[in-house]
Design a protein around this ligand. Structure first.
Ligand code: NDP
Length: 480
């Protein structure tokens, strides 16, 4: 007797979402709440990068590493915190417990919304039919095929590994959250969000950090004054920076690695960490069975309504490689669901004033235009202050200073950019982002009463214009 192949189990939905990260989950939940029959497939971890390998564990690590300075500063307030030690394994275990809890929060939110969940990798067989993981099914299981009128690709992104000799010895942020022990020495490559944040994390724990980046300053795209303040703070924290430098190769030695730089310098380290950007995750999606088009590093091309070149198939979040931030993916998912299934016009978001933050210790945050970007549009008035926060008068920590900067359009007096470096910068800046999004003027800031004593009150007490920078249509960021 011969066994015939099991026939596929078939499901049909109004909407099928591929990827249960921040954007996909929001899209599925809103669509289901609007009455659509919705399913979602996730191949790796519910909640996606943000919950499992990104924002959430990162923020927990930043908090964990920041305690070192708090213990140190407490001496100035009469405490005598001595013999302080840190247990890396306990931190990883606590972080893992929280992530497991969040995974089930995500699945239960989806189930309560009436969304059907599939665990497995989804692949297009044709523009409106997908198959889930036939290769991973046990022999007795039947393959699952799904048809849906509308399909949303929300598969996110994955770390990029540049090609050089020995690149295979390096880790990325994916592995950094599961290191079995904290390295004593780490070489971080990349001066973007992840490079800067992990430089802060590891240095806080006492790891010797070398940060290699290819520009003259870290955090390309952020305001120059913030970038200068950050690089100074990194040096104060003991981080050795290698600006305008590339990695040449990594070789293994008995107790670690030797990193050779393009300037001929060699660094001995326990861990090399590549933080050199992320690329859209489109592998094995079967896009060749659709009319979907991609560009550059694999980003899926979409129109202003997030529709791909294949009618009825949409893409949101990092897989489209535009503003690769969790809240943006959430907004895109929400708008798309309401556009497809809502009866009222979809909720509006202002993507032009998307605030952003980098969680170094201390952190920095920005909204709107940098000074350089603003001068490409017209004359700008700059209001800037740098000061030692009150609590550091007793800790004796005079540096780094908090920096607050407003970029004001000279003619309209609208506040078109706000930039903060210092304790609580992201918490403060979220509210400032409302003012910038609303198009408020410097006079609106000035007539607002401050909260005393705070760092944030400086935002409403900046009386003197630091400088007026003239219209410079071809302005480019300056070098130090
Ligand atoms: P980023 O794009 O922020 O930074 C990448 C860094 O690597 C840049 O300094 C870049 O240099 C450099 N780089 C790129 N390719 C190479 C190469 N081949 N050789 C040497 N250096 C290279 O990416 P990250 O990996 O830091 O983070 C990925 C994304 O994740 C971010 O863009 C952000 O969207 C998101 N994220 C957001 C966070 C937040 O909101 N707080 C935190 C962490 C991540 P150059 O500037 O010259 O291109």
């Amino acid at each position: 007797m011969s066994l015939s192949a099991p026939s596929p189990q078939h499901y049909d939905f109004d909407l099928f979402v591929i990827g249960a990260g921040s954007g996909g989950v929001r899209c599925a939940r809103i669509a289901a709440s609007l009455g659509a029959r919705v399913a979602i497939a996730e191949s790796r971890h519910w909640g996606g990068t943000c919950v499992n390998l990104g924002c959430v564990p990162k923020k927990l690590f930043v908090r964990a590493s920041a305690f070192a300075e708090i213990f140190e500063d407490s001496h100035g307030f009469g405490w005598s915190a001595t013999n302080i030690t840190h247990d890396w394994i306990s931190l990883i275990a606590a972080k893992n417990r929280e992530i497991t809890r969040l995974n089930s929060v995500y699945t239960s939110l989806l189930e309560k919304a009436g969304v059907t969940l599939f665990t497995g990798h989804a692949r297009f067989l044709n523009p409106h039919t997908l198959q889930i993981d036939p290769s991973e099914l046990a022999p007795h299981e039947t393959p699952r095929t799904i048809t849906a009128e509308r399909i949303v690709i929300a598969t996110g992104s994955t770390p990029v590994r540049p090609h050089f000799v020995g690149a295979e010895f390096a880790i990325t942020s994916d592995e950094a959250f599961y290191l079995p022990e904290r390295p004593q020495r780490v070489v971080l490559v990349g001066g973007g969000y992840i490079g800067v944040e992990f430089a802060g994390i590891f240095s806080g724990f006492g790891t010797q950090v070398d940060l290699i980046y290819r520009r003259d300053l870290p955090l390309a795209g952020f305001d120059e004054d913030l970038r200068h303040a950050l690089t100074k703070a990194m040096t104060l924290r003991g981080i050795i920076q290698h600006p305008s430098t590339h990695i040449h190769q990594i070789t293994r030695e008995h107790s670690g690695y030797i990193v050779t730089l393009d300037n001929g310098q060699s660094l001995r380290t326990d861990c090399v960490f590549l933080a050199t950007g992320r690329r859209p995750k489109i592998d094995e999606l079967g896009l060749e069975n659709t009319a979907i088009t991609t560009a550059g590093n694999g980003r899926i091309i979409v129109d202003e309504h997030n529709q791909t070149a294949q009618k009825g198939v949409y893409a949101i979040g990092d897989v489209t490689d535009r503003i690769n931030l969790t809240p943006v993916a959430i907004a895109e998912g929400h708008i798309l669901a309401e556009t497809l299934f809502g009866t009222a016009p979809p909720r509006q978001w202002s993507f032009d004033t998307t605030p952003k933050a980098v969680f170094f210790t201390p952190p920095l945050a920005s909204v709107g235009l940098t000074e350089t970007e603003a001068t490409q549009k017209g004359d700008v008035d700059i209001y800037m202050t740098q000061f030692t926060p009150l609590h550091h008068t007793l800790s004796g920590r005079k540096e780094p200073k908090t920096l607050i900067k407003l970029v004001v359009a000279h003619d309209s007096q609208k506040v078109i950019g706000a930039h903060i470096f210092g304790d609580d910068a992201p918490e403060i800046l979220q509210s400032v982002a409302i003012a910038v999004t609303a198009g408020l003027t410097k006079a609106d800031f000035d007539r607002t009463i401050g909260i005393h004593p705070t760092s944030a009150e400086e935002l409403v007490t900046l009386r003197t214009c630091t400088r007026t920078t003239p219209y410079t249509p071809n302005a480019t960021p300056t070098t130090p």
